[in-house]
Design a protein around this ligand. Structure first.
Ligand SMILES: C[S@@+](CC[C@H](N)C(=O)[O-])C[C@H]1O[C@@H](n2cnc3c(N)ncnc32)[C@H](O)[C@@H]1O
Length: 195
């Protein structure tokens, strides 16, 4: 049998859904924010999506995240497309002065790292509020939450309330979750600012 030209669509995970949205929303020349840089996979993805004419602003509180991301971007030849800040994402408005097409949050801790260095509701709330204000019309905020630990469960609960309270004249809000995945499975929110 012949291979299909396009890979088969696979309904896989919250992260996969988040990528799918970003792939559709981000275009060459856009500006985007990675609010939780970690090992740099989302920053690399965004750098490739915005192309040489675009720019990505990435934040993390850990030096290790910046080192790992710097290496990944350099290896892939896109280091010049991103500004990396060792700063909490709640400060993003100090560094991002123009509207952006997309902001991605992947909450929790650095994979393989210190679980104490996790995102926390108080700062997540501030960062998400600032990110919503930074979106250009039709821009998207994509967020993956991990309710499998106490702070992650708190973030998910509080975020659901915050997002549900947004005006539907200003934003469209989608909450995606795998109903049969069991407790603690990651969940994804997509918020698009209206025209
Ligand atoms: C799940 S990881 C992100 C993974 C990353 N997106 C990737 O592609 O590799 C979450 C990251 O959030 C970072 N973090 C925690 N609190 C933060 C804050 N206030 N501002 C920015 N980053 C924060 C952690 O240090 C950790 O690296």
């Amino acid at each position: 049998m012949e291979e299909p030209a396009e890979p088969i669509y696979e309904l896989k995970s919250a992260r996969y859904l988040a990528r799918d949205v970003l792939r559709r929303a981000v275009r060459p020349g856009d500006r985007a924010v990675d609010a939780t840089m970690g090992n740099g996979h989302d920053t690399l993805f965004l750098c490739e999506a915005v192309g040489p004419g675009g720019h990505v602003f990435s934040f993390d509180i850990q030096a290790q995240a910046l080192e790992n991301t710097e290496r990944l971007l350099t290896e892939n030849g896109v280091r010049g497309r991103a500004s990396l800040f060792q700063t909490g994402h709640q400060e993003m408005d100090r560094f991002v002065r123009e509207k952006v097409r997309a902001v991605v949050f992947n909450l929790g801790w650095l994979p393989g790292g210190n679980h104490e260095m996790t995102t926390r509701w108080e700062t997540t709330r501030e960062a998400v509020t600032k990110a919503l204000n930074l979106l250009e019309p039709m821009g998207v905020l994509v967020l993956c939450a991990y309710p499998g630990h106490d702070e992650g469960a708190r973030e998910l609960r509080e975020l659901s309330g915050l997002f549900a309270s947004l005006s539907n004249r200003e934003y469209n809000v989608l909450h995606q979750r795998f109903l049969n995945a069991g407790p603690g499975a990651p969940e994804c929110f997509v918020i698009q600012k209206q025209r």
